[in-house]
Design a binder for this molecule. Sequence first.
Ligand code: ADP
Length: 328
Amino acid sequence: MTRIFSGIKPTGHLTLGNYLGAVRRWVEVDQHGAEALFSVVDLHALTVEHDPGRVRRLSRQAATLLLAAGLDPERCTLFVQSHVDEHARLSYLLECTATDGELRRMIQYKEKSVLARAAGEGVRLSLLTYPVLMAADILAYGADEVPVGEDQTQHVELTRDLAVRFNQRYGHTFTVPRATAPKVAARVMDLQDPTSKMGKSHANGAGIVYLLDDAETVRRKIMRAVTDSGRDVEYDREARPGVANLLDLMAAATDGNPEELAGVYQSYGALKKDTADAVVELLRPLRERHAELAADQGHVDQVLRDGAERARGVARPLVDRAYRAIGL
Ligand code: ADP
């Protein structure tokens, strides 16, 4: 049976990018008979300046939202990364497999280290080693597939390299995983700056649709999306990133094709209006279900306790095997 692992960082409120790039497909895979594990990867939230109480609150909120999105704890394993020691245990072995050069080449490291320096903060060592911990997250479960957005494909490539290197040097230990990205909306862009991705930790929320935004707010943000001064609705991600982003959102929300949709619209205004309506409808059930679940946090906590127990049961033998293989 195919095994699937993916995660989400509790560094901010979940966005439409997270949903379309990743979470929506997590719900589908657990319905297709694969064995799936999904994690709120809270250790990854410590790589930049953070508020301890906020990380805890956001972890729980992320788990609640994943359940609201439709993850069924009877059919998949949902847990918080720090509840399972195997991630940190395996990460160290993989740090002894990776080189500092290959980590410094990671695009996210380059971008985020520049931001940390600009904010006058030191660059935490964990920001550099973050992809190694992510590799441990995946390899500890012997995952075959990792459903992620486009921004994470480089990290999954590194994970593959580390798995192959470890296997060659110490004997076959790890499954070599592959990333899977959605056909449309693999990279949802910021509505106010369509040349950069919609990221939950960005400071300016005006360009970000959060999953818990009310209908009014979602409409306003989409209607105010930055496009360009042209008038023709064309799907060109390079020349017209703002319009292409709206077409991607519309296509993802209605199961359509962005290029075909471009031919349907005569104006940016009409495209924005329909996209706003479609996104509001897409998120409505999720928001309603979230309100119910948020009223029963005891249930969410129980799901996470059971999930951690199950996750440990899968990861521990595999990580033990890696320790033996490397000579410990
Ligand atoms: P963020 O960048 O919002 O902090 P995470 O690193 O927690 O997101 O990623 C969680 C999942 O959401 C990953 O699979 C990532 O690829 C996906 N994702 C994040 N932002 C986007 C986006 N703008 N478009 C598509 N997928 C995204």
